[in-house]
Design a protein around this ligand. Sequence first.
Ligand code: NDP
Length: 292
Amino acid sequence: MSQARIIDGKAFAAQLREQVAADVANLKAQHGLTPGLAVVLVGEDPASQVYVRSKGEQTLAAGMHSETHRLPAETSQAELLSLVERLNDDPAIHGVLVQFPVPDHMSQAAIVAAISPDKDVDGLTVTNAGRLASGLPALTACTPAGCMVLLKDVVGDLRGKRAVVVGRSNLMGKPMAQLLLAADCTVTIAHSRTQDLAAVCREADILVAAVGRPQMVKGDWIKPGATVIDVGINRIPKEDGKTRLVGDVDFEAAKEVAGAITPVPGGVGPMTIAMLLANTVSAAKRLNGIAE
Ligand code: NDP
């Protein structure tokens, strides 16, 4: 059996960022509009700091307005919510993103509920989740939207394909399943209570793993020729005492069976921020009545 095509998420993301930058340049020239993204970070989680820095840098690199609000871990929820409200009302800002996780004394649900659905570039509000599920235009969670870009390119016509999504989070699994359904796949959502997960996965022409368990999906869970999208980002120890990133799929075994597969790192990850930029541009257009 030949080896799987390795899906180069970095290259796809670079292409998408170029499109976004061209779109931004047009918006500026034709409408005097500069899309703006505000990212809020509470506390000092090291991984979140890296993500937030990259988001700011890439927003600026696309020619957009970028604001990063760094708040101390002891910030009260009321203070955070009042910042979110201020950003909701700020005409220079079209996307508002609060980086999760937030400290334990805050409610993630209350924060999401405070974000204006029109500026919810992470697609997390009930309004956007409902719009997606109802087949209406919505701001869609960035990582699933990025996975769809990869799938549409690699698989082409998705109609009638058997898709299995492992994971049912609001951020990842559920919107992923909705997007696949909207693309006319036959979709199964698996989770921690699914019985015989290996057999369920083996039915998939398209297998999306969004679990957060290192290398859980084994090579013999994969249907020969399937397209495997590995969303997981897990840090595991190496023999030399350092750590390395792995996905939710046992990549080495899976690439011997799959038709195409995303690596970790360099697969889905780079698409997420690129989609965030694209969502911010979409939000800016909608807020200003400009056709997409
Ligand atoms: P969550 O922890 O919110 O959800 C994990 C899901 O996996 C849950 O639905 C859970 O099921 C399911 N699950 C857990 N254990 C098993 C198991 N043994 N068998 C089957 N299903 C299981 O995580 P997220 O959805 O936020 O993220 C998933 C992964 O994707 C993480 O590694 C995260 O780091 C990564 N990620 C990567 C992004 C990127 O940019 N590449 C962006 C977002 C996430 P149940 O509901 O039953 O508990």
